[in-house]
Design a protein around this ligand. Structure first.
Ligand code: PLP
Length: 416
């Protein structure tokens, strides 16, 4: 049996523990929702004040050059690159994940259409359990193109081997599933895509900053992801898009705004794409929000994704073990894979009253979230979550289940 003392001993032994002091978390809260909105790096407040007061307020329009505003999507993309196995010049931080997915999917379809061997392919493979915006964006693009593209959705990752076939243009997959925490084997799936002549487009929303990634080595073709989840960039912070050097010359995306132009300040009437990753940009970026992304990246620069992964697996293993030991009499069902290689940095349990139990947890300061159907989702962020947090969260969960305190929460829900 694991004891509270075991957990505090692991905190004393944890090399990442001091990084928690670089985040501002309210007291009395155990935050297990960094997979949805990362916590605030302490430095973000002063950084926002500086950008607003000094760069905007005093330097005004000169800041596009003097404060490096114009170069920020690329400069911060270069800082993110090592966390995802990309090279400098392959990533920009810009726009939203939904918009970047649209650009990447459109570019991937066009790359295939421009290849005589593959031009007839009309199938986009994805998963029915993918995050809805990914499916919606693909549906919107396919309908708008009106060239017979359709989505082929699988219900189980094992079906990908047959679904990605000679008709498939692109497999558009989310590397770690937002609901279950299931992690694909990127190298194997990308390799299968290539064997079938398809491209592999990966959404890293629940992977970047959560699990080690090696996009180039694993044969990914294109990728997008969020900065406001595990990367702690702030609410609505701009997302990222990765286009590897080997695909950049053929990468053409339809949102051909002036920031993606080869010579944006030449003000020419005709569009000519920039060389390199700049062609993935569209227009003017939300500078205040973009600047805050760096505060999260500054913290990642003090450790490695390998160290983060080790602690992430230790935290999720501990949570699973404690829930199974201490809440054994309750009808909780583990949804997340036990196998480390198939697990992201979250743990999901079903419970028949999952929604009400989660409301009761939040009322007692344990912030996770709920996703249909009946799934309670707990995200584990090694930069600021301790082993004692895991112990305390499970004790509160056990108390709520033992006392059926969630019934009270459920009644309150119907009133508000
Ligand atoms: C969180 C998430 C998104 C969010 O997209 P936005 O454009 O930022 O709203 C997209 N895809 C996946 C898989 C996600 O988990």
């Amino acid at each position: 049996m694991i004891s509270q003392h075991d957990c505090s001993a692991r905190d004393l032994d944890d090399a990442l523990a001091p990084l928690r002091r670089q985040f501002d978390l309210p007291s009395g809260v155990i935050y297990l929702d960094g997979n949805s909105l990362g916590a605030r790096p302490s430095a973000a407040l002063a950084r926002a004040q500086y950008v607003i007061a000094a760069e905007w307020g005093t330097d005004l329009i000169r800041s596009w050059n003097t404060a490096g505003w114009f170069d920020m999507p690329k400069r911060l993309g270069d800082r993110l690159a090592p966390l995802i196995g990309a090279e400098a010049g392959e990533v920009v931080i810009t726009d939203t994940t939904s918009i970047n997915l649209f650009k990447a999917l459109a570019a991937a379809l066009q790359m295939q259409a421009g290849d005589a061997q593959r031009a007839e392919r009309r199938v986009i493979v994805s998963e029915r359990s993918n995050f809805p915006t990914d499916l919606y964006m693909a549906q919107g693009l396919a309908a708008w193109l009106d060239r017979g593209y359709s989505l082929r959705l699988v219900d189980d990752p094992a079906e990908l081997a047959t679904a990605i076939d000679a008709d498939c243009a692109v497999a558009m997959l989310t590397h770690v599933n937002y609901r279950t925490g299931y992690q694909h084997d990127m190298a194997t799936v990308s390799g299968h895509c290539h064997a079938q002549g398809a491209l592999a487009l990966w959404d890293l929303a629940h992977s970047a900053g959560a699990v080690p990634l090696d996009l180039n080595a694993d044969g990914a073709d294109l990728a997008v992801g969020c900065t406001y989840k595990y990367l702690n960039g702030g609410p609505g912070a701009p997302a990222f898009i990765w286009v590897p050097a080997r695909h950049q010359a053929r990468f053409r995306q339809p949102l051909s705004g002036w920031w993606g132009h080869a010579a944006p300040f030449a003000m020419e009437p005709g569009f000519a794409p920039a060389d390199g990753i700049g062609r993935a940009l569209c227009g003017t970026q939300p500078i205040v929000s973009l600047a805050l992304v760096e505060c999260g990246l500054d913290i990642f620069a003090q450790t490695t994704m390998e160290a983060i992964r080790r602690k992430s697996l230790a935290l999720t293993d501990l949570f699973i073990s404690l829930v199974e030991q201490r809440c054994a009499s309750h009808p909780l069902g583990l949804v997340t894979p036990r196998e480390h290689a198939r697990r992201g940095s979250q743990v999901s349990f079903t419970h028949p009253h999952g929604y009400s139990v989660m409301q009761a947890l939040i009322a007692r300061g344990v912030i996770g979230d709920y996703r249909e159907p009946a799934i309670m989702r707990f995200g584990f962020t090694p930069l600021y979550t301790s082993f004692t947090d895991v112990w305390d969260a499970v004790e509160i969960l056990r108390d709520i289940l033992d006392t059926q305190a969630y019934d009270i929460a459920a009644k309150r829900d119907t009133v508000t």
